[in-house]
Design a protein around this ligand. Structure first.
Ligand code: ZN
Length: 174
C-alpha cells in the first residue's frame, strides 16, 4: 500500500493530509467538543495493550511531563501525532538498519480556525511515502479503537438525559 488518503474520518474527527519532500501535514478537525484524551477513558489502556513502546518516546510538551503523564490529558491531535510517529518508527525500523528519527509538532490557533482544529506536522516527507502510508493505516485503526467505542463508564458521550418517570398512582400522596 502506498497511497496516502487525502481525506479520512476516524470517529468524530476529520483529517486532511498533505505532504512535500520533507514533511507531512495532517489537519484534524474535531466534530465534537471532546478533543482531549481525558474524554476517552480507554486511551492509556489501549496504548499499553497495542503500542506500549509509545511510552518510551520523548515528548516536548513545555511542561516537562513524560508522555506517560501527558497522555492522560492531552489534545487528541497530539495523541494522534505520537501514535503515528511510533508506528512510523516501527514500520521503518522493520526495513531499515538505521535508527528511526522522526519528530512532530501539533499546533493550533483558534483565533483563526474553528476550535478543535489542529495541525500536525511530521518531519518525514514524500521519500517515505510507503512507510507513511503504512503507519497512517495502523494509526487509524488504533485511533478508531480509542475514540469509536465508548465504554459505559467512559465519558465519550454525555450521560443520557434523566428520564422523568411519572410517580405511580399508588405512591402519590393525596
Ligand atoms: Zn509530544
Amino acid at each position: 500500500m502506498n497511497n496516502l488518503p487525502n481525506q479520512f474520518k476516524v470517529g468524530p474527527f476529520n483529517f486532511e493530509t498533505s505532504l512535500n519532500k520533507t514533511s507531512t501535514i495532517i489537519k484534524m478537525v474535531s466534530n465534537t467538543s471532546k478533543f482531549y484524551s481525558s474524554d476517552y477513558k480507554k486511551t492509556s489502556g489501549l496504548l499499553w495493550q497495542e503500542l506500549p513502546e509509545i511510552f518510551t518516546c520523548k515528548c516536548f510538551n513545555g511542561f516537562h511531563r513524560s508522555f506517560f503523564e501527558e497522555v492522560r490529558d492531552t489534545e487528541m491531535a497530539h495523541l494522534f501525532e505520537h501514535i503515528f510517529i511510533q508506528y512510523f518508527c516501527n514500520v521503518k525500523s522493520a526495513t531499515a538498519e538505521v535508527e528511526c528519527e522522526c519528530s512532530g509538532e501539533t499546533v493550533w490557533n483558534w483565533d483563526q480556525d474553528v476550535p478543535g482544529t489542529f495541525f500536525i506536522t511530521i518531519d518525514v516527507g514524500s521519500e517515505e511515502l510507503d512507510n507513511i502510508s503504512k503507519a497512517l493505516a495502523k494509526t487509524m485503526v488504533l485511533f478508531e479503537k480509542i475514540v469509536a467505542k465508548p465504554e459505559r463508564e467512559g465519558i465519550l458521550f454525555p450521560d443520557p438525559e434523566p428520564v422523568l418517570v411519572p410517580v405511580p398512582a399508588y405512591l402519590q400522596i393525596e
